[in-house]
Design a protein. Structure first.
Length: 118
């Protein structure tokens, strides 16, 4: 289940985003999380598995006139390989059914795999 990020989840979200090789540097990571907190065009969602209160993943998007741009998608390593990343994208599409989901260069490969699997 996707839920909107809340500022009290900052450390959890930062921890999950830190798995990105481009966000290993703390300055870049802080800038990224600040963007999601301060810019209304950017939304960060936390993913919870049914029956679990812990955040298993995050997905960060930019809302544009053309569609939804996925900037970040990250899962707790313990949950990788279980299809949860695809489930996150499915739920994102359900939140914005009339919008097209677009990748960034960093998320392109994963979004292509998701589309092929649909």
């Amino acid at each position: 289940m996707l839920a909107e990020y809340r500022s009290n989840q900052r450390k959890i979200a930062m921890g999950l985003l830190s798995f990105h090789r481009n966000l290993k540097d703390q300055q870049h990571l802080l800038k990224e999380i600040d963007t999601y907190e301060q810019n209304e065009q950017f939304q960060l969602y936390c993913y919870y598995c049914e029956g679990n209160e812990n955040v298993q993943g995050v997905i960060g998007v930019e809302l544009t006139a053309e569609g939804i741009v996925v900037h970040d998608i990250s899962l707790n390593p313990s949950y990788r390989g279980e299809g949860l990343g695809f489930e996150m994208l499915n739920e994102l599409q359900a939140l914005y059914p009339e919008q097209t989901i677009y990748p960034t260069k960093m998320t392109e490969t994963f979004i292509q795999k998701w589309r092929a699997r649909k």
